[in-house]
Design a protein around this ligand. Sequence first.
Ligand code: GAL
Length: 361
Amino acid sequence: MKKLFKLLVVSLVAFALVACGGGGTEGETPVGEGKTYNVGVAIYKFDDFMTLYQEEIKTAFKSAGAKDGNTYNVDIVDAKGDQAGQVEQIKNFITQDMDLIVANLVDPTGADVVIADAKAADIPVVLINREPSVEVMSVWPGKTTYVGVDATQSGIYQGEIIAELESKGDVNGDGTVNYITLKGDAGNVDAEQRTEYSIKTLEKSITTNNIHGTEFQGNWDTELGEKHTSDALTKYGKDLEVVFANNDGMAIGAVQAIEKAGNRTIGEDIFVVGVDAIADAKELLKEGKLTGTVLNDHFNQAQTVVEVAIKALNGEELSAYYWHDYVKVTKVEDAELKRAEYRKETVEEVTVRYAEREKAE
Ligand code: GAL
């Protein structure tokens, strides 16, 4: 009812503007329906990558409005990693009767509750970045979707980057790669899959040895990445051959630690690989101080978020999943941002694919 009222007011204002000759010159203003939509975007934390991603979402809504003549008021909030705080932010969006919610959940295990609340208020939800469990996607089919990239792919690319080196990462030629992994948040799908698949992939070419035994918890953070790498260098010295970082933030920390230690040369006797392809990582890559990274395509993900959000705002049914690809990056040009098609998948298709993946292991 409230939405209907909002629509009426907007239409009346649009009519008044046209009647007063307030519209732009033909050709300048897009031909559109002139509706106003309010979109709430809840971000888990404005870390390096999510800062890029949310900016791209803002830009994409703006250009969509310029094209279709609608106004998209986008309210983006930063939960600063605090789950309880984010629950409040999302409740607020619901109280404000937002037309759609984009959610990058601090804790994706709570996605079912978020969706149930949104469903009760008839507000579609686009989940991003932190993939929830498949079951969650069946809570409100057609009105809930996940736009993302398959985390296993990023791990595979990281493993391939090292496997494709002449030494395969085996600097001392003893037939084994000694590595550490700098991990993102515990339980985070991206962190788990990148950790697992980078090594599984490298192991197809050469034996590996995690010289730390358990991974270092770096929480996507540069300072922690630096600290853990510095500790590892002190403890294992020249034995440490590869640093797998679940993201560029921590990879950059690793590079800083190696440079401070001063007795190793990245690209010669030690290798560092990250994920995201943020600007600072690309810079290091250019300078030869980073072995490689994987583009976590924020551009295409954001474009698709906006495209599917608009579908939902138009009352269209959404597919459960919209996927993009990661891109292997060993030189800056590999990370070029260009619009790519998404792939749609249903809950059933994803369930089968994941089961097959598990069986293959
Ligand atoms: C990952 C990204 C990380 C971090 C994380 C947050 O996809 O690579 O840098 O932003 O998402 O969930």
